[in-house]
Design a binder for this molecule. Structure first.
Ligand SMILES: [Zn+2]
Length: 411
């Protein structure tokens, strides 16, 4: 064996190695999943199969009806948490209590390379309606979130991906409202949210080839990304998107209520067994669910690997959960509500590359500001629901949208 003492060159090599190795380690970006390789959307899509989806829905259904607060719901919670932890995801339970209900949301994350980038979220609800085993509502959504988690953990992405399973949905999206309330008041950003609720039932052949996407101005970019994935990977996904203005009733609304861009994915044909004892696998089209799970995972992978979106915009004023009187914050409110008496300033914070911000009220362009701070003062009396949108545009014409839903504005 060659010893360093007898060969100066060998000694220099050893010393050099001692110096270089730690340096190399310091330069390599810390990822939450160093072993994972860069994402291949097609591989991710193909890794999601029908037997995984069917087995997951069957396992959830086997717990019987599992409404929020029931023992069965706790057992479903533990079953899902164990699976996500077994795949190496970071999992925590977000406790909530609203009205006379309480429960836990399951929050699992797959850390991205750039922790400073806002995460992309996929969600579903694991509680069922009382008396219903909930195979379609929302076992189909939960199984698809699990499938996406299992597929994406093999890869490393620029952004963190959060897999969130809510409880309290059947009681009026109570779990998600609490989760998003906390997120908002902690000042946390979210790139976008895909919510899956009731994605398993088909009545006709065309029903199995289409899916409904409920969107809002702030989530149109995410629906665009989903449409691109559906067309680029049509052979494996086999779905057309029916994009509709948001009228969906599910957890995506909790995000939208606090101004986060969210969309809802829903089955094309209505399931008459919803909320009944017959909401079982017998009436779930597993191939259809698998296609939607593939579409979702492919979209998450594409968005999670995107680096910075340019431009970026958020609405700083009005803030949610506040009553404004003549522009001053007077009272804290809840449920993401924004109420205003008197003139109301709207202020948008946008990234440095923003050339202008256009303000819209209920779809009507009301002002364009080309100088930061980008702002507009609403001097109209508005009763009930109205939508304010800030659209930031950079010099290349790239657009980002933020929105706030206004409850009441009396001027
Ligand atoms: Zn549901």
């Amino acid at each position: 064996m060659v010893t360093p003492a007898s060969h100066p060159k060998a000694l220099i090599a050893v010393l050099a190695a001692c110096l270089v190795l730690p340096l190399a380690a310091a330069l390599t970006p810390a990822t939450g999943n160093a072993s994972a390789h860069s994402p291949d959307v097609n591989d991710i899509i193909l890794s999601i199969n029908e037997s995984f989806i069917e087995d997951s829905i069957a396992a959830i259904q086997a717990f019987g009806p599992h409404p929020t607060g029931s023992e069965a719901c706790t057992r479903v919670r533990d079953y899902l948490t164990q699976r996500l932890e077994a795949w190496g995801l970071e999992v925590y339970l977000h406790g909530w209590s609203r009205r006379s209900y309480q429960g836990q949301n399951i929050v699992a994350t797959w850390p991205g390379i750039h922790a400073e980038l806002p995460p992309v979220v996929v969600s579903a609800h694991y509680d069922s309606a009382p008396g219903s085993p909930g195979a379609d509502d929302d076992g189909s959504g939960v199984a698809s979130v699990l499938a996406a988690a299992r597929a994406l953990r093999e890869y490393s992405f620029n952004r963190t991906v959060a897999f969130v399973l809510f409880s309290g949905e059947e009681q009026g999206t109570l779990g998600s409202l609490s989760y998003v309330h906390d997120l908002y008041h902690q000042g946390k950003q979210v790139a976008g949210v895909i919510n899956l609720d009731g994605i398993g039932h088909t009545e006709t052949e065309s029903g199995g080839r289409n899916v409904i996407v409920y969107e809002e101005p702030a989530s149109a970019w995410l629906a665009d990304a989903m449409e691109e994935v559906a067309s680029d990977h049509y052979q494996q996904v086999r779905l057309g998107l029916k994009r509709l203005p948001n009228t969906g009733y599910s957890d995506h609304n909790s995000f939208l209520t606090y101004g986060y861009g969210a969309l809802q994915v829903e089955e094309y044909e209505y399931n008459h067994w919803f909320h009944t004892a017959n909401d079982t696998l017998d009436y779930v089209n597993v191939t259809y669910v698998t296609h939607i799970a593939r579409l979702t995972a492919g979209t998450l992978a594409r968005v999670a690997h995107q680096n910075w979106r340019t431009p970026e915009v958020t609405i700083a004023v009005p803030r949610h959960d506040v009553l404004y009187v003549f522009g001053r914050e007077l009272l804290p409110l809840d449920r993401g509500t924004v109420l205003a008496l008197g003139p109301l300033d709207m202020v948008a914070e946008a990234s440095a590359d923003t050339a202008s911000v256009t303000f819209y009220l209920d779809g009507e362009a009301v002002a364009v500001d080309e100088e930061p701070p980008f702002s507009w003062t609403c001097r109209r009396t508005l009763l009930w629901d109205h939508q304010m949108v800030a659209e930031a545009r950079d010099a290349q014409g790239n657009v980002a949208v933020a929105q706030v839903d206004l409850g009441l504005s009396l001027y």
